[in-house]
Design a protein around this ligand. Structure first.
Ligand code: ADP
Ligand code: MG
Length: 613
């Protein structure tokens, strides 16, 4: 009997390993981006041609490699990132398997150029299918450039298996998004076939999200921040009305690494319960920071799955934090965590006294310490309905939440409440109008400048929202019914919003495919404005297709506020000015317009004094 077992030659072993690591050009992009980040680069450029089938190149300004390291980096199990198995439990790098470069070089042509900042000259290596074709001294900038050409050139079956350029580019862009989102402090540029797809400067997390997903994203982000013994959460969730039919805006990062976790995803869905239409998915961009000891990222070759030591605790914290954020920002109709929220009758306004929401986390609780049963982890929650407190002005004394005046700083923080707390600005007699656009008033610490249009939008928005939600608006009857004509798709929009519109005070006698007949309008709405309001509403809906019932309410209130708010250029007498100031500061969120723009600014005496220096 002859022995039949042989050791596979290296290049065959590498090809087999490559099958695990490299499924498509996007896998190369992921591995190379991660290497650049592990090398502490602050600027990373991704260049692809033909969706990566012809070229994937990554250029970084990181720490580079010595001559020997450059050569060794292509060996299998060659890594600078761990030295012993224990290191696996302390991982702060993306890579650790030492497989990526070896695998990629086994199935492509790779040109590496690298130089350490401290070296005069760098190294250039060319490898084709694991065979080193050349190695030279090279004049090259500090950092590393890896160009991967003709991927799968020696595995035609794999190459033929690749999808269209559109699909492959989509995969590359997905990887790019994940890495770029996890590292906002690194600048990234991304080109395909010579055209720039992204150019992201070093920035903060919100800016990074907005740069990637578009400027409209900004207003939909609700911050989520939580810090407990076992887990730190920071990031954003999307407001429910911006939920999507796809899951394309769902991102979990654990210790800066993108991961997929159906379990934690479930926690988010649970937090959004009752706020989303069937088939819609919330957006989220959440960074979780945990002790590397408590996770195992080694269970999947492409490392997007992760095992947590204590999933149940993470689930509970995540769900509560997201729910809390949604509540705090007046997104969720009901904040009572224990209580099942009923979406159809959420606003039982009249019968309740509202108080501000609050969450208390027992920061001393450590589920890992002896004697604390894991299942005893819980949130102490004050059952409140923040949404309702919208309409109660500023009197509500929450146990840990104060009215939020955003950036405004008055003489001292403690005074800011007394300035507006009882709804009286002590200097109301001294308002005047500037350029028929701003209302100027003095406050203790200096000067208050209000944008009249935005302020009025805020006031009207909260008023309409209140009317719609508590269904208590009064309507004024028109002497003659008002007949308006629309296209079928436009009347459909009005029909969809009919009951909300009725709650603001509209009365419809006829609503068919082409014609709308109105017999009553909200009190205070001039008849001449009615068609403008409806046209504005239709265009707002068309431009911002709402995803849930919830949003149509919000959208209607915003749209009507926009139509009816006094415009710039309108002069106001001193009574009107005073009334505007008082109504604005009786609002729940006086500091921003319904579209999130500042409604007023303050100019402190300090600032004024500086100008005189
Ligand atoms: P791993 O990242 O798992 O260590 P790789 O095959 O991806 O394995 O890389 C092997 C080694 O090559 C890395 O450990 C690192 O030392 C070095 N290396 C790879 N890419 C770069 C880079 N862009 N800059 C500096 N060093 C790099
Ligand atoms: Mg690597």
């Amino acid at each position: 009997m002859i022995d039949i077992i042989q050791l596979l030659p290296d290049h065959v072993a590498n090809q087999i390993a490559a099958g695990e690591v490299v499924q498509r050009p996007a896998s190369v992009v992921k591995e190379l981006l991660e290497n650049a980040i592990d090398a502490d680069a602050t600027e990373i450029k991704l260049i692809v041609k033909d969706a990566g089938k012809t070229l994937v190149q990554i250029i970084d300004n990181g720490k580079g490699m010595s001559v020997t390291d450059a050569r060794l980096s292509f060996e299998r199990h060659a890594t600078s990132k761990i030295r012993s198995a224990e290191d696996l439990f302390q991982l702060n790098t993306k890579g650790f398997r030492g497989e990526a470069l070896a695998s990629i070089a086994a199935i492509a042509h790779v040109d590496l150029k690298t130089k350490r900042p401290e070296d005069e000259l760098g190294t250039a290596i060319e490898i084709e299918g694991s065979i080193v074709k050349s190695q030279d001294v090279s004049v090259t900038p500090s950092g590393t450039s890896v160009a991967v050409k003709h991927l799968f050139f020696n595995i035609p079956a794999r190459r033929n298996f690749l999808k269209s350029d559109t699909v492959e580019l989509r995969h590359i862009t997905d990887e790019f998004h994940r890495v770029a989102l996890a590292h906002p402090s690194i600048a990234f540029a991304y080109y395909n076939n010579g055209s720039e797809l992204f150019n992201l400067p070093q920035e903060n997390y919100r800016q990074r999200i907005v740069h990637i997903f578009g400027s409209k994203t900004n207003e939909k982000l609700v911050p989520v921040e939580e810090e407990t013994e076992v887990l730190k959460i920071s990031g954003f969730v999307g407001k429910p009305e911006f939920s999507k039919k796809t899951k394309s805006e769902q991102f979990f990062f654990v210790n800066n690494r993108f991961i997929k976790s159906p379990y934690l995803n479930h926690a988010i869905n649970a937090a959004f319960e009752g706020l989303l239409k069937d088939g819609y998915h919330p957006s989220y961009f959440l960074n979780l920071t945990v002790d590397p000891k408590t996770i195992d990222i080694n269970i999947h070759p492409t490392k997007t799955e992760i095992k947590f030591d204590d999933e149940h605790t993470l689930y509970a914290i995540l769900r509560s934090s997201v729910k809390h954020s949604l509540g705090q920002f007046n997104i969720a109709p009901v904040l009572d965590f224990e209580h099942q929220s009923n979406f159809n009758t959420p606003y039982n306004y009249k019968d309740k006294t509202a108080s501000a929401p609050g969450v208390e986390v027992d920061k001393n609780f450590n589920p890992f310490s002896e004697g604390s049963g894991k299942n005893t982890f819980s949130y102490k929650q004050t059952p409140t309905a923040s949404w309702e407190s919208l309409y109660v002005g500023l009197e509500s004394k929450g146990n840990n939440t104060k009215p939020n005046f955003g950036e405004v700083t008055f003489e001292s923080d403690s005074k800011s409440e007394s300035i507006f707390g009882d709804g009286s600005i002590e200097t109301t007699k001294t308002t005047f109008q500037l350029q028929q656009k701003y209302i100027v008033s003095t406050i203790k610490s200096g000067m208050l400048i209000i944008d009249q249009n935005r302020a009025h939008q805020r006031v009207l928005y909260e008023k309409f929202l209140k009317h719609i939600t508590i269904k208590e608006a009064t309507s004024q009857q028109l002497l003659f019914p008002l007949q308006l004509h629309f296209t079928p798709s436009e009347t459909k929009i009005i029909r969809d919003l009919k009951s909300d519109l009725e709650h603001t005070g509209f009365v419809f006698s006829e609503l068919n495919d082409s014609e709308v007949t109105i017999t009553g309008v909200p009190v205070g709405v001039p008849e001449s404005e009615v068609s403008i309001i409806l046209e504005q509403l239709i265009s707002d809906v068309e431009n911002d297709v709402p995803d849930a019932n919830f949003s149509s309410t919000d959208l209607l209130a915003k749209s009507m506020a926009k139509s009816l708010a006094i415009k710039n250029g309108q002069s106001l007498n001193s009574n009107e000015q005073e009334h505007m100031v008082n109504s604005l500061f009786a609002c729940k969120e006086p500091n921003v317009s319904p579209t999130n723009r500042p409604t007023f600014i303050t100019l402190g005496v300090d600032d004024i004094e500086k100008k005189f220096m």
